[in-house]
Structure formats: structure tokens, C-alpha cells
Design a protein around this ligand. Structure first.
Ligand SMILES: C[S@@+](CC[C@H](N)C(=O)[O-])C[C@H]1O[C@@H](n2cnc3c(N)ncnc32)[C@H](O)[C@@H]1O
Length: 142
């Protein structure tokens, strides 16, 4: 059998070919994955156009929650406390706290799932303490 290259050369050309295929499948508009993706997007668009006429549309989750908070303050103007359960690094709560400085934000995170009993105690403590603002040491801005 004719030898087409050393073992290393064959391995290297296989790596290059795999990479080229990976890039091509994700960039060429006529590739099967790109056509499938296009089809899925059009399908979703048609579904939304047909069934979600009155729905709000947001480019990110921050704006969606901001609208909910705004609506809640309109409906319950005397209430100032906003609680978030599962704040992680505080990206969302700090963003919303910056957007609504007139409200008090309190965040919770167990970092391991919270047992119901502890959660109830946490809410009670937050309500008793009144004003509080979350600043997680690892919190970054959005
Ligand atoms: C996706 S992260 C939250 C991200 C954050 N809300 C934001 O938008 O920036 C989910 C967090 O929820 C926390 N979590 C999961 N179950 C929880 C529970 N039962 N009580 C409190 N925190 C919980 C996890 O520890 C995790 O940090």
C-alpha cells in the first residue's frame, strides 16, 4: 500500500480538515446546519407572529424584569421592597437597584439550594431589618 505521509502528517491533515469542516458548517449559508438553523428561526418567527401578537419582546432579560418592577410599582406604589431569590454574583439585582434607586432590594442565595425553612426565616429577617442593599463581594456590573 502506498504511503501518503508520516503518521504525524496524516494526523495533522485530519486536524486541519476537521477544523475546516467545523468552520464551514457554521459559516457557509448553504451548509446543512446553517440551513437547519435558518429554518428553525423562520419557524419560531412565524409561530411568534401568529400566536404572540400582544406579547412584549425584549432584547435581554434585564429589560424584561425592569418592566415587571415598573409595573409592580405602578400597581403598588406604597411598597418599596424587592426580593430576589438566587442572586448569584448579583448581576441582575445590582442592575435593577441602579435602575430603581427609590426601591430597596434584598437578595438571597444559598449557593447550594435553599431549604424551605431557612428561606422563610431569611424573608422574615429581611422584612424585619427593613432597608438593606445587596453588595456581593464578587458582584460585577452588568
Ligand atoms: C442562574 S443563577 C442566578 C443569576 C441571577 N439571578 C442574575 O440574573 O444575575 C441561580 C442562582 O440561584 C441559586 N439558588 C438555587 N436554588 C436556590 C434556592 N432554593 N434558594 C436560593 N438560591 C437558590 C443558585 O445558588 C444560583 O446562584
Amino acid at each position: 500500500m502506498a504511503r501518503i505521509g508520516t503518521r504525524a502528517e496524516v494526523w495533522f491533515s485530519n486536524v486541519i480538515a476537521s477544523f475546516a469542516r467545523y468552520v464551514a458548517e457554521r459559516t457557509l449559508p448553504e451548509s446543512v446546519p446553517m440551513l437547519m438553523r435558518h429554518d428553525a428561526v423562520v419557524d419560531s418567527f412565524n409561530y411568534a407572529k401568529e400566536n404572540m401578537k400582544g406579547a412584549y419582546s425584549f432584547l435581554d432579560r434585564f429589560d424584561g424584569l425592569a418592566l415587571s418592577i415598573k409595573e409592580a410599582t405602578r400597581r403598588f406604589p406604597s411598597r418599596k421592597l424587592v426580593l430576589e431569590f438566587g442572586v448569584y454574583k448579583g448581576g441582575m439585582i445590582n442592575y435593577q437597584a441602579g435602575k430603581f434607586p427609590e426601591l430597596d432590594f434584598v437578595g438571597f442565595d444559598s449557593f447550594e439550594g435553599l431549604q424551605e425553612q431557612r428561606m422563610v426565616r431569611g424573608i422574615r429577617t429581611a422584612l424585619e431589618n427593613g432597608k438593606s442593599r445587596l453588595r456581593h463581594p464578587a458582584a460585577g456590573t452588568r
